[in-house]
Design a binder for this molecule. Structure first.
Ligand code: 13P
Ligand code: SF4
Length: 336
């Protein structure tokens, strides 16, 4: 199949280029070659497949990925992550080509907050400052005063004068956690992450009993009854740092299982157990993050498709909320 025979509609429908790749091809070597030839940078989130993480120029959390996207000198940003992350990269580097291996790599949390409904919700609280977790669409960012990630959320909330009222969207679990941590009264949008809301309290209790010396660590997108059990709560980079610096030898990890790859690389002598969800699986994987594969990464870099295209008004109006977040993080010395 030639590239010219692929219509924009087909790409939109499939989400990625359906071009057969020879099984004899050394995909890793080809991807590294394309990266050099095209002056591209590969940014990967911790939840990507380990083989993608191993090829990336940078692997990190949502804050780190935005910081990298804002400062890269590359001509092409290849985003190994989900749609809202690639959109953020495009907003921060509008003159660069931003590629996402699979356009359907979405996010249940971002989907839980449609812009038209959020605009009506926001209109009910005209005197409120809008803080949005970065896991939202670019259009929601245009309706937002300050973005945040799980690494800088407490700093962002604390930067808002105490007499100002706050709307927090879209993650209700992170919102409840932030209310507890900051003492601020916030109006919460009722959105959740499909990965972090299905951890099983009962199975985790049993796992803790079987591993009494293990530390239980959790991402703040988890439900409050899961967070209550945690020895440590943090963003993916926070959880990773905790496992590197804490003397414990065993950790039960309540977030997407992709993070275990970096934990095992950084502390090979330690044991990491994924926290079990409320279904038949042993660990939790994000089906959106996992839509990206090595084959799709290769075809996306070879043909420079699918590309993230945003309307100019979204780039212009979405930027301020991300810039404010980056500035607060810079002043607090936070690096993702
Ligand atoms: P962080 O890596 O910023 O903690 O975000 C987690 C997440 O759910 C990304 O989709
Ligand atoms: Fe969205 Fe949750 Fe997947 Fe992150 S892990 S991309 S928040 S669905």
């Amino acid at each position: 199949m030639s590239l010219s025979s692929i219509s924009a509609e087909q790409l939109q429908r499939d989400g990625y280029l359906h071009i057969p790749v020879s099984p004899d091809l050394d995909l890793e070597a080809e991807i590294l070659k394309l990266k050099q030839e095209k002056n591209a940078v590969i940014l990967s989130h911790y939840y990507q497949e380990s083989e993608i993480q191993d090829l990336a120029d940078y692997v990190g959390d949502s804050l780190g990925l935005s910081q990298q996207a804002a400062k890269t000198k590359a001509d092409i940003i290849v985003f190994a992550g989900v749609h809202f992350m690639a959109e953020t990269a495009k907003i921060l580097s509008p003159d660069k080509k931003v590629l996402l291996p699979d356009l359907k790599a979405g996010c249940s949390l971002a989907d839980s907050c449609p812009p038209d409904l959020f605009a009506k919700f926001k209109a009910k609280y005209p005197d409120h400052v809008v803080v949005s977790y970065i896991n939202c669409t670019a259009e929601i960012k245009t309706l937002t005063d300050i973005c945040c990630t799980s690494t800088n959320a407490i700093h962002v909330i604390n930067s808002i004068p105490p007499d100002k009222k706050i709307i927090f969207a879209p993650d209700i679990n992170l919102g409840k956690y932030l209310i507890k941590q900051t003492g601020r009264d916030m109006v919460l949008w009722n959105g959740t992450c499909m990965v972090h809301e299905i951890f099983s309290h009962e199975k985790i209790v049993r796992l803790k009993e079987r591993h009494p010396k293990a530390k239980f660590i959790a991402h703040p997108e988890c439900e409050p009854h899961i967070l209550e059990m945690a020895d440590y709560i943090g963003s993916t980079s926070g959880l990773l740092k905790y496992t590197m610096t804490n003397p414990a030898r065993e950790f039960i990890v309540a977030t997407e299982a992709g993070i275990l790859h970096q934990m095992e690389l950084k502390s090979p002598e330690k044991t990491f157990i994924p926290a079990p969800p409320n279904n038949q699986c042993a660990c939790n994987e994000c089906p959106h993050m996992k839509r990206n594969t090595l084959e799709k990464l290769y075809t996306c870099m070879k043909y420079e498709l699918p590309e993230i295209i945003l309307p100019q008004w979204v780039i212009e109006q979405g930027r301020a909320s991300i810039d404010r977040m980056l500035e607060i993080s810079r002043r607090a010395g936070l690096v993702g």
